[in-house]
Design a protein around this ligand. Structure first.
Ligand code: ATP
Length: 241
C-alpha cells in the first residue's frame, strides 16, 4: 500500500520520541521511539498487555504526555487534549467499537463529523460499506459485531483524518467479516489517509503493512519492513523467546 509522501525535508507525519506512559505508579510505556510517514500503513503487533492501546491513547491525547514527545507535521502536540488532537486530523477506531447505543447508525456517523469537515460524508462511508444504506436509521445496537466495526470505522473517517488509528479492528470477528473490513482499508488509503493499525494477528499485520513495530512490555522490540523480518526475529520480539 506504500505511497510515501515525504514532508518537507523528509519530515515524518508523526514522530514520537522517548514516549513514556503511566497509570498511577505503574509504568506502561518506556521511551518509545516511533515514526510514520505520510502515505504509509504501519502495523503495531504485540501480545496482551504489551502497551499497544496505551500507545494509541497517548497519541490521541487521552493520556497526558510531554509536549515534545509527539510531533505532528513537525509541531509538538504531546500535551494537547483529545478534542484538539481530532481537530488536527488524528482519529481513532477504539477497541470494542464503542458506538453510542442510544443513537442510530447515521447519528453515530454524524457525531464523527463535528471535529473537521472534508471529503468524508455519510454517502462516501456508504460507498465504502454499502450495507449501511439499508440500516442508517437502525439503532447501532441492532447491528452485528462486524457491521458495528464498519460503522466505527466510518465514524472515525467522518472526522476526515489524515491519520487513522485502528485498535484491533478484527477482534472477535469471523474471518469473512475480517476480510471485508481489511479489503476496505486500501480504499481509505487511496483517499490520502495514513493508517496505523494495532493487530494481534501477526500474519494479517505483515500482509497489510509497509512497516511493522513490535511492542513487548512497553518497549519497541522490533521495527522493520515485513519482507526484511524473519520468523525468528518476530517470535523473539513478540514473545521474548
Ligand atoms: P491488549 O491486547 O490486551 O489490549 P495492549 O498491548 O493494548 O493489550 P495495554 O492495554 O496498553 O496493552 O496495557 C499495557 C499495560 O498497562 C498492561 O500491563 C495493562 O494491565 C496496564 N493498563 C492498561 N490500562 C490500565 C489502566 N486503566 N489502569 C492501570 N493499568 C492499566
Amino acid at each position: 500500500m506504500t505511497r510515501l509522501r515525504q514532508g518537507s525535508g523528509g519530515q515524518a507525519l508523526l514522530e514520537i520520541t522517548g514516549l513514556t506512559a503511566f497509570y498511577g505508579d505503574f509504568q506502561a510505556l518506556f521511551g518509545i521511539d516511533f515514526r510514520v510517514e505520510a502515505g504509509e500503513t504501519v502495523a503495531i503487533i504485540g501480545s496482551n498487555g504489551a502497551g499497544k492501546t496505551t500507545f494509541l491513547r497517548s497519541i490521541t491525547g487521552m493520556i497526558a504526555n510531554d509536549r515534545d514527545s509527539i510531533r505532528w507535521d513537525g509541531a509538538p502536540i504531546g500535551d494537547l487534549p483529545a478534542n484538539r488532537i481530532v481537530a488536527q486530523g488524528i482519529a481513532m477506531v477504539p477497541e470494542g467499537r464503542r458506538l453510542f447505543p442510544s443513537l442510530t447508525v447515521e447519528e453515530n456517523l454524524r457525531i464523527g463529523a463535528y471535529a473537521r469537515s472534508g471529503e468524508w460524508t455519510v454517502e462516501r462511508v456508504i460507498d465504502l460499506f454499502p450495507f449501511i444504506a439499508e440500516r442508517r436509521r437502525a439503532p447501532a445496537t441492532a447491528l452485528s459485531g462486524g457491521q458495528q466495526q464498519m460503522v466505527a470505522i466510518g465514524r472515525a473517517l467522518m472526522s476526515n483524518p489524515r491519520l487513522l488509528l485502528c485498535d484491533e479492528i478484527s477482534l472477535g470477528l469471523a474471518p469473512t467479516i475480517i476480510k471485508s473490513i481489511y479489503d476496505a482499508l486500501p480504499r481509505i488509503c487511496e483517499g490520502g489517509t495514513t493508517l496505523l493499525i494495532v493487530e494481534q494477528d501477526i500474519r494479517q499485520a505483515m500482509q497489510m503493512s509497509d512497516r511493522v513495530y513490535c511492542l513487548q512490555e512497553g518497549r519497541v522490540t522490533l521495527e522493520g519492513r515485513p519482507a526484511d523480518l524473519t520468523h525468528d526475529q518476530i517470535r523473539e520480539a513478540y514473545f521474548g523467546m
